[in-house]
Design a protein around this ligand. Structure first.
Ligand SMILES: Cc1cc2nc3c(=O)[nH]c(=O)nc-3n(C[C@H](O)[C@H](O)[C@H](O)COP(=O)(O)O)c2cc1C
Length: 331
Protein backbone atom coordinates (compact mmCIF):
# COMPACT_ATOMS: atom_id res chain seq x y z
CA UNK A 1 0.00 0.00 0.00
CA UNK A 2 1.33 3.40 -0.88
CA UNK A 3 1.08 5.79 2.01
CA UNK A 4 0.96 9.45 1.23
CA UNK A 5 3.69 11.38 3.02
CA UNK A 6 2.43 14.71 4.21
CA UNK A 7 4.77 17.67 3.95
CA UNK A 8 5.50 19.19 7.36
CA UNK A 9 3.79 22.50 8.03
CA UNK A 10 6.07 25.50 8.17
CA UNK A 11 6.40 28.67 10.23
CA UNK A 12 8.26 31.73 9.03
CA UNK A 13 8.99 35.30 10.05
CA UNK A 14 8.16 37.83 7.33
CA UNK A 15 10.62 40.06 5.48
CA UNK A 16 10.31 43.52 7.04
CA UNK A 17 12.32 46.52 5.87
CA UNK A 18 14.27 48.17 8.63
CA UNK A 19 13.19 45.47 11.07
CA UNK A 20 14.41 42.00 10.07
CA UNK A 21 18.09 42.84 9.81
CA UNK A 22 20.74 40.35 10.90
CA UNK A 23 20.55 41.29 14.58
CA UNK A 24 16.80 40.85 14.61
CA UNK A 25 17.07 37.49 12.86
CA UNK A 26 19.71 36.25 15.29
CA UNK A 27 17.40 37.14 18.17
CA UNK A 28 14.40 35.48 16.52
CA UNK A 29 16.45 32.35 15.91
CA UNK A 30 16.99 32.00 19.65
CA UNK A 31 13.23 31.94 20.12
CA UNK A 32 12.53 29.50 17.32
CA UNK A 33 15.19 27.05 16.16
CA UNK A 34 13.10 25.84 13.20
CA UNK A 35 11.18 28.75 11.68
CA UNK A 36 12.37 30.13 8.37
CA UNK A 37 13.63 33.70 8.65
CA UNK A 38 13.52 36.26 5.85
CA UNK A 39 15.79 39.22 5.22
CA UNK A 40 14.51 42.70 4.51
CA UNK A 41 13.94 43.22 0.79
CA UNK A 42 17.21 43.99 -1.01
CA UNK A 43 17.06 45.34 -4.56
CA UNK A 44 18.97 43.62 -7.34
CA UNK A 45 21.05 46.76 -7.87
CA UNK A 46 22.14 46.77 -4.23
CA UNK A 47 22.99 43.06 -4.28
CA UNK A 48 25.00 43.31 -7.47
CA UNK A 49 26.77 46.64 -6.88
CA UNK A 50 26.50 47.27 -3.12
CA UNK A 51 28.56 46.38 -0.08
CA UNK A 52 27.84 42.66 0.17
CA UNK A 53 28.99 42.13 3.72
CA UNK A 54 26.79 44.97 4.96
CA UNK A 55 23.75 44.06 2.87
CA UNK A 56 23.93 40.28 2.81
CA UNK A 57 26.11 39.24 5.74
CA UNK A 58 24.49 36.95 8.28
CA UNK A 59 25.39 34.65 11.15
CA UNK A 60 25.48 30.88 10.48
CA UNK A 61 23.05 30.45 13.40
CA UNK A 62 20.35 32.14 11.31
CA UNK A 63 19.82 29.13 9.01
CA UNK A 64 17.34 28.43 7.50
CA UNK A 65 17.34 31.97 6.17
CA UNK A 66 15.88 33.34 2.95
CA UNK A 67 17.01 36.37 0.96
CA UNK A 68 14.18 38.50 -0.38
CA UNK A 69 14.93 40.30 -3.63
CA UNK A 70 13.23 43.29 -5.20
CA UNK A 71 13.50 43.71 -8.93
CA UNK A 72 11.85 43.00 -12.26
CA UNK A 73 14.71 42.37 -14.65
CA UNK A 74 15.12 38.61 -15.13
CA UNK A 75 18.86 38.80 -15.79
CA UNK A 76 19.56 41.03 -12.80
CA UNK A 77 17.38 38.84 -10.58
CA UNK A 78 19.22 35.73 -11.78
CA UNK A 79 22.55 37.38 -10.99
CA UNK A 80 21.37 38.58 -7.57
CA UNK A 81 19.95 35.12 -6.79
CA UNK A 82 23.31 33.56 -7.74
CA UNK A 83 25.10 35.95 -5.37
CA UNK A 84 22.58 35.20 -2.62
CA UNK A 85 23.10 31.48 -3.01
CA UNK A 86 26.89 31.86 -3.08
CA UNK A 87 26.88 33.65 0.27
CA UNK A 88 24.81 30.84 1.76
CA UNK A 89 21.11 31.77 1.69
CA UNK A 90 18.79 28.77 1.82
CA UNK A 91 16.06 30.27 -0.34
CA UNK A 92 15.64 33.22 -2.68
CA UNK A 93 12.29 35.01 -2.56
CA UNK A 94 10.88 37.55 -4.99
CA UNK A 95 8.90 40.49 -3.58
CA UNK A 96 5.63 41.03 -5.46
CA UNK A 97 3.84 42.63 -2.54
CA UNK A 98 5.54 45.88 -1.59
CA UNK A 99 3.39 48.91 -2.44
CA UNK A 100 5.81 51.84 -1.83
CA UNK A 101 6.20 54.61 -4.44
CA UNK A 102 9.92 53.95 -4.69
CA UNK A 103 9.23 50.38 -5.61
CA UNK A 104 6.54 51.32 -8.13
CA UNK A 105 8.92 53.71 -9.86
CA UNK A 106 11.36 50.82 -10.16
CA UNK A 107 8.47 48.73 -11.53
CA UNK A 108 8.67 46.01 -8.94
CA UNK A 109 6.93 44.95 -5.76
CA UNK A 110 3.13 44.78 -5.77
CA UNK A 111 2.69 46.50 -9.15
CA UNK A 112 4.18 43.36 -10.71
CA UNK A 113 0.91 41.60 -9.92
CA UNK A 114 -0.35 43.29 -13.08
CA UNK A 115 2.37 41.52 -15.07
CA UNK A 116 2.17 37.82 -14.28
CA UNK A 117 4.13 36.80 -17.40
CA UNK A 118 7.04 39.00 -16.39
CA UNK A 119 6.92 37.57 -12.85
CA UNK A 120 7.02 34.04 -14.31
CA UNK A 121 9.96 35.03 -16.51
CA UNK A 122 11.82 36.51 -13.52
CA UNK A 123 11.20 33.44 -11.38
CA UNK A 124 12.22 31.05 -14.15
CA UNK A 125 15.48 32.96 -14.63
CA UNK A 126 16.13 32.83 -10.87
CA UNK A 127 15.41 29.10 -10.76
CA UNK A 128 17.78 28.47 -13.65
CA UNK A 129 20.49 30.37 -11.80
CA UNK A 130 20.38 28.60 -8.42
CA UNK A 131 19.89 25.19 -6.84
CA UNK A 132 18.20 26.48 -3.66
CA UNK A 133 14.40 26.94 -3.70
CA UNK A 134 12.99 30.09 -5.30
CA UNK A 135 9.71 31.39 -3.87
CA UNK A 136 7.44 34.39 -4.35
CA UNK A 137 5.55 36.63 -1.92
CA UNK A 138 2.53 38.46 -3.26
CA UNK A 139 -0.84 39.99 -2.45
CA UNK A 140 -4.37 38.86 -3.26
CA UNK A 141 -4.59 41.49 -5.93
CA UNK A 142 -3.80 45.04 -6.82
CA UNK A 143 -6.16 48.02 -7.29
CA UNK A 144 -9.08 46.97 -9.49
CA UNK A 145 -7.50 43.57 -10.25
CA UNK A 146 -8.89 41.91 -7.17
CA UNK A 147 -11.24 39.19 -8.36
CA UNK A 148 -10.62 35.48 -7.89
CA UNK A 149 -10.18 35.24 -11.67
CA UNK A 150 -7.33 37.80 -11.54
CA UNK A 151 -5.62 35.91 -8.72
CA UNK A 152 -6.11 32.61 -10.52
CA UNK A 153 -4.57 34.00 -13.71
CA UNK A 154 -1.62 35.35 -11.72
CA UNK A 155 -1.02 32.08 -9.88
CA UNK A 156 -1.40 29.86 -12.95
CA UNK A 157 1.00 32.01 -14.94
CA UNK A 158 3.53 32.25 -12.12
CA UNK A 159 3.41 28.47 -11.58
CA UNK A 160 4.63 27.92 -15.17
CA UNK A 161 8.03 29.07 -13.88
CA UNK A 162 8.23 25.94 -11.76
CA UNK A 163 8.04 27.92 -8.52
CA UNK A 164 5.74 26.06 -6.16
CA UNK A 165 5.88 28.01 -2.88
CA UNK A 166 3.66 31.05 -2.84
CA UNK A 167 3.50 33.27 0.24
CA UNK A 168 0.26 35.20 0.10
CA UNK A 169 -0.31 38.37 2.11
CA UNK A 170 -4.07 38.03 2.45
CA UNK A 171 -5.09 41.50 1.36
CA UNK A 172 -5.24 43.55 -1.77
CA UNK A 173 -2.69 46.35 -2.36
CA UNK A 174 -3.99 49.78 -3.29
CA UNK A 175 -1.25 51.53 -5.17
CA UNK A 176 -2.77 54.98 -5.29
CA UNK A 177 -3.63 56.97 -2.21
CA UNK A 178 -2.39 54.68 0.55
CA UNK A 179 1.00 54.70 2.27
CA UNK A 180 2.83 51.36 2.64
CA UNK A 181 1.80 51.34 6.31
CA UNK A 182 -1.87 51.92 5.44
CA UNK A 183 -1.56 49.20 2.82
CA UNK A 184 -0.85 46.78 5.66
CA UNK A 185 -4.01 47.63 7.54
CA UNK A 186 -6.65 49.42 5.44
CA UNK A 187 -7.44 46.83 2.74
CA UNK A 188 -9.35 44.14 4.63
CA UNK A 189 -7.81 40.76 5.31
CA UNK A 190 -9.40 37.87 3.44
CA UNK A 191 -7.92 34.61 4.67
CA UNK A 192 -10.69 32.59 3.03
CA UNK A 193 -9.41 33.49 -0.42
CA UNK A 194 -5.98 32.11 0.50
CA UNK A 195 -7.61 28.90 1.76
CA UNK A 196 -9.50 28.62 -1.53
CA UNK A 197 -6.32 29.09 -3.51
CA UNK A 198 -4.61 26.34 -1.51
CA UNK A 199 -7.59 24.00 -1.96
CA UNK A 200 -7.69 24.61 -5.70
CA UNK A 201 -3.94 24.07 -6.06
CA UNK A 202 -2.89 21.09 -3.96
CA UNK A 203 0.25 20.91 -6.12
CA UNK A 204 1.40 24.25 -4.68
CA UNK A 205 2.71 25.05 -1.22
CA UNK A 206 0.62 28.03 -0.14
CA UNK A 207 1.86 29.98 2.89
CA UNK A 208 -0.57 32.41 4.49
CA UNK A 209 0.44 35.82 5.83
CA UNK A 210 -1.38 38.82 7.25
CA UNK A 211 -2.83 39.61 10.67
CA UNK A 212 -1.75 36.37 12.36
CA UNK A 213 -0.92 36.96 16.00
CA UNK A 214 -1.32 33.86 18.16
CA UNK A 215 -0.43 30.17 18.22
CA UNK A 216 -4.12 29.28 18.09
CA UNK A 217 -4.62 31.38 14.98
CA UNK A 218 -1.60 29.71 13.38
CA UNK A 219 -3.06 26.32 14.18
CA UNK A 220 -6.39 27.24 12.60
CA UNK A 221 -4.70 28.48 9.42
CA UNK A 222 -2.49 25.42 9.17
CA UNK A 223 -5.59 23.27 8.80
CA UNK A 224 -6.00 24.92 5.37
CA UNK A 225 -2.53 25.85 4.11
CA UNK A 226 1.05 24.57 4.10
CA UNK A 227 2.59 27.30 6.21
CA UNK A 228 2.08 30.45 8.22
CA UNK A 229 4.20 33.59 8.11
CA UNK A 230 4.15 36.07 10.99
CA UNK A 231 5.22 39.68 10.50
CA UNK A 232 4.36 42.41 12.99
CA UNK A 233 3.30 40.02 15.75
CA UNK A 234 6.69 38.30 15.66
CA UNK A 235 8.45 41.64 15.90
CA UNK A 236 6.24 43.31 18.47
CA UNK A 237 5.67 40.25 20.66
CA UNK A 238 8.60 37.98 19.79
CA UNK A 239 8.00 35.45 22.56
CA UNK A 240 5.06 34.20 20.49
CA UNK A 241 7.72 32.54 18.33
CA UNK A 242 8.78 30.34 21.24
CA UNK A 243 5.19 29.22 21.76
CA UNK A 244 4.84 28.52 18.02
CA UNK A 245 8.07 26.54 17.95
CA UNK A 246 6.88 24.29 20.71
CA UNK A 247 3.23 23.83 19.79
CA UNK A 248 3.35 23.91 16.00
CA UNK A 249 6.76 22.56 15.13
CA UNK A 250 7.34 20.26 18.08
CA UNK A 251 10.72 21.86 18.59
CA UNK A 252 12.61 22.90 21.67
CA UNK A 253 11.92 26.53 22.56
CA UNK A 254 13.59 28.56 25.29
CA UNK A 255 11.81 28.16 28.59
CA UNK A 256 11.84 31.80 29.61
CA UNK A 257 12.53 35.31 28.37
CA UNK A 258 15.47 35.45 30.75
CA UNK A 259 17.01 32.36 29.14
CA UNK A 260 16.70 33.98 25.70
CA UNK A 261 18.65 36.94 27.02
CA UNK A 262 21.32 34.67 28.48
CA UNK A 263 21.73 33.12 25.01
CA UNK A 264 21.81 36.55 23.37
CA UNK A 265 24.50 37.99 25.64
CA UNK A 266 27.57 36.43 23.94
CA UNK A 267 26.33 37.58 20.53
CA UNK A 268 25.75 41.14 21.72
CA UNK A 269 29.10 41.31 23.46
CA UNK A 270 30.90 40.00 20.41
CA UNK A 271 29.19 42.52 18.15
CA UNK A 272 29.86 45.34 20.60
CA UNK A 273 33.55 44.44 20.51
CA UNK A 274 33.37 44.74 16.72
CA UNK A 275 31.86 48.22 16.98
CA UNK A 276 28.12 47.60 16.49
CA UNK A 277 26.25 50.11 18.69
CA UNK A 278 24.09 48.46 21.35
CA UNK A 279 20.95 50.26 20.21
CA UNK A 280 21.17 48.58 16.78
CA UNK A 281 20.63 45.28 18.57
CA UNK A 282 18.41 46.20 21.50
CA UNK A 283 15.80 47.92 19.34
CA UNK A 284 14.70 44.46 18.23
CA UNK A 285 14.19 43.15 21.75
CA UNK A 286 11.93 45.95 23.00
CA UNK A 287 8.88 43.68 22.68
CA UNK A 288 10.32 40.72 24.58
CA UNK A 289 8.27 41.46 27.70
CA UNK A 290 5.16 42.53 25.78
CA UNK A 291 2.08 41.85 27.88
CA UNK A 292 4.18 40.89 30.93
CA UNK A 293 4.31 42.69 34.27
CA UNK A 294 7.07 45.28 33.95
CA UNK A 295 7.10 45.20 30.14
CA UNK A 296 6.74 48.98 30.07
CA UNK A 297 9.77 49.42 32.31
CA UNK A 298 11.82 47.11 30.12
CA UNK A 299 11.09 49.19 27.03
CA UNK A 300 11.67 52.46 28.84
CA UNK A 301 14.99 51.44 30.38
CA UNK A 302 16.32 50.17 27.07
CA UNK A 303 15.11 53.23 25.16
CA UNK A 304 16.62 55.65 27.66
CA UNK A 305 20.00 53.95 27.96
CA UNK A 306 20.88 51.96 24.83
CA UNK A 307 22.05 55.06 22.96
CA UNK A 308 24.52 56.18 25.65
CA UNK A 309 28.18 56.37 24.66
CA UNK A 310 29.15 53.74 27.24
CA UNK A 311 26.14 51.48 26.56
CA UNK A 312 26.97 47.80 26.98
CA UNK A 313 25.31 44.64 28.23
CA UNK A 314 24.77 46.39 31.56
CA UNK A 315 21.86 48.24 29.90
CA UNK A 316 20.05 44.96 29.25
CA UNK A 317 20.77 43.86 32.82
CA UNK A 318 19.43 47.16 34.11
CA UNK A 319 16.28 46.73 32.04
CA UNK A 320 15.86 43.22 33.40
CA UNK A 321 16.22 44.52 36.96
CA UNK A 322 13.51 47.07 36.18
CA UNK A 323 11.22 44.25 34.99
CA UNK A 324 11.97 42.13 38.05
CA UNK A 325 11.28 45.02 40.42
CA UNK A 326 7.97 45.76 38.69
CA UNK A 327 7.03 42.08 38.64
CA UNK A 328 7.91 41.80 42.34
CA UNK A 329 5.63 44.71 43.16
CA UNK A 330 2.84 43.24 41.05
CA UNK A 331 3.10 39.86 42.82
C1 LIG B 1 8.03 47.55 8.92
C2 LIG B 1 7.58 46.61 7.84
C3 LIG B 1 8.39 46.42 6.74
C4 LIG B 1 8.01 45.52 5.72
N1 LIG B 1 8.88 45.27 4.69
C5 LIG B 1 8.58 44.29 3.79
C6 LIG B 1 9.55 43.85 2.83
O1 LIG B 1 10.70 44.32 2.77
N2 LIG B 1 9.17 42.87 1.96
C7 LIG B 1 7.92 42.30 2.00
O2 LIG B 1 7.63 41.40 1.20
N3 LIG B 1 7.02 42.69 2.90
C8 LIG B 1 7.33 43.63 3.81
N4 LIG B 1 6.43 43.95 4.79
C9 LIG B 1 5.14 43.24 4.85
C10 LIG B 1 5.25 41.99 5.74
O3 LIG B 1 6.19 41.08 5.22
C11 LIG B 1 3.88 41.31 5.86
O4 LIG B 1 3.49 40.88 4.59
C12 LIG B 1 2.81 42.25 6.42
O5 LIG B 1 3.27 42.99 7.54
C13 LIG B 1 1.56 41.45 6.83
O6 LIG B 1 1.87 40.49 7.81
P1 LIG B 1 1.58 40.76 9.39
O7 LIG B 1 0.15 41.18 9.51
O8 LIG B 1 1.87 39.45 10.04
O9 LIG B 1 2.50 41.85 9.81
C14 LIG B 1 6.77 44.84 5.80
C15 LIG B 1 5.97 45.05 6.94
C16 LIG B 1 6.37 45.91 7.95
C17 LIG B 1 5.49 46.08 9.17
Amino acid sequence: MVTETKKPKTLSVAPMMDWTDRHCRYFHRLLTPSARLYTEMVTTGAVIHGDRERLLGFDPAEHPVALQLGGSDPEALAEAARIGESVGYDEINLNVGCPSDRVQTGRFGACLMREPSLVAECLAAMRDAVAVPVTVKHRLGVDDQDQDTDLERFVETVATSGVSTLIVHARQALLTGLSPKENRSVPPLNHQRVYRLAAEHPELNVVINGGIETVDQCEQHLAHVGGVMLGRAAYQNPFVLAACEEKLLGGQAPISRQSVLAMLQPYVEERLARGTPLKHMTRHILGLFQGQPGGRYWRRYLSENAHLANAGWWVVEGALDAVNRAAGKAA
